[in-house]
Design a binder for this molecule. Structure first.
Ligand code: ADP
Ligand code: MG
Length: 321
């Protein structure tokens, strides 16, 4: 089973940013009100995600790092709503590729419990002092999967990808306080906020003033958020963040819709700035097209595309006040 874990590990966790995303999504799934992420050495040396969520009961701790032992498998509908991805593969995959320590204390449990899995070898559960919630520590990512390690980019590039992942998740859950530190330096420390304030905090206040609000609803699909005016463009698409049903996504359809909407008003090779939330019935969405890529398949892609393009073009055409 260790071999299987190691093969799967490389598929599920392609790089440190993917591990960061999985750990933060688990914290969100656990109902955390505050999530603190600390990254060192590009996330290869160390990733630490601390939350104040439900915690994992001591007797379930060993189960959490076993393959497909998800507590979220119980209810298919719940999976669709609450998770975007792996169904119990994230922690085992990380544990197969790295040294993963979980320290967790649910409310009502006197002390926390700790477990470590390193290169797939699971250690004993031991009591430890810790506050309510969960702390996941990943060290030496891919030490046990050298083939995957070879594909890593520079530490700076891996750090940047981790930061992007956390920013995107923080945008997706503005009601949760989010802190990020990189190599011991605080990158941001945000309180629970509304969407507008979270966008301002992550994008910069000056930029926020230029952003144009978007609101549109059609046939049960709700679009809202903020887009940049044609005068505010970037050399990369890094400042385009989509959140679908509360989950950060990198979706080609949405990205293309943005490009089409701005086609006439911005130069080739420039990218508009946007933070857009899409909320729609879970039956209109298939989130399991490719777990690691967070791509989506809309049941009615044409409707979604035209809603996004139409809303943006109307907003861009409206006279600024
Ligand atoms: P999945 O999220 O698909 O269930 P994971 O491998 O990511 O699979 O996590 C396995 C299980 O461990 C989860 O189902 C959950 O019960 C538990 N778990 C992981 N992280 C946390 C956390 N931060 N807080 C509470 N429970 C957690
Ligand atoms: Mg998970």
């Amino acid at each position: 089973p260790e071999t299987v874990n190691r093969i799967a590990a490389g598929e599920v966790i392609e790089r440190p940013a993917a591990a960061v995303k999985e750990l933060v999504e688990n914290a969100l799934d656990a109902g955390a009100r505050r999530i603190a992420v600390a990254i060192a050495g590009g996330g290869i040396a160390r990733i630490e995600v601390t939350d104040d969520g439900n915690g994992i009961p001591e007797i379930e701790l060993a189960l959490a790092i076993e393959r497909h032992a998800t507590s979220k498998l119980a209810d298919e509908a719940l999976i669709r709503i609450a998770t975007l991805g792996f169904r119990g593969e994230a922690l085992p995959s990380i544990g197969a590729a790295a040294r993963l320590t979980l320290i967790s204390r649910p409310r009502g449990q006197d002390v926390a419990a700790r477990i470590t899995v390193a290169g797939g070898a699971v250690g004993e559960v031991a009591p430890v002092a810790a506050p309510f919630g969960t702390r996941a520590i990943v060290e030496d990512l891919f030490y046990a999967t050298p083939a995957r390690r070879k594909f890593l980019r520079s530490t700076a590039a891996e750090t940047a990808a981790c930061v992007e992942a956390v920013r995107h998740l923080a945008l997706a859950a503005p009601e949760v306080a989010f802190a990020l530190s990189i190599d011991g330096v605080v990158s941001f420390d945000l309180p629970a906020q509304d969407r507008r304030a979270r966008v301002a905090a992550l994008y910069g206040r000056g930029e926020m003033e230029a952003l144009v609000p978007i609101e549109a609803v059609r046939e049960g699909v709700m679009l809202s958020g903020f887009i940049g005016p044609a005068s505010l463009t970037r050399a990369t698409a890094r400042h385009q963040n989509f959140v679908v049903n509360g989950r950060p996504v990198r979706d080609p359809l949405l990205r293309m819709a943005l490009r089409i909407a701005y086609r006439e008003v911005i130069p080739q090779g420039r990218h508009p700035v946007a933070a857009l939330w899409l909320d729609l019935g879970h039956d209109r969405l298939d989130v399991n097209v490719h777990p690691a890529k967070a791509e989506l398949r809309f049941a009615e892609p044409d409707g979604v595309r035209s809603l996004v393009i139409g809303a943006i073009q109307r907003a861009l055409a409206a006279p600024a006040d």
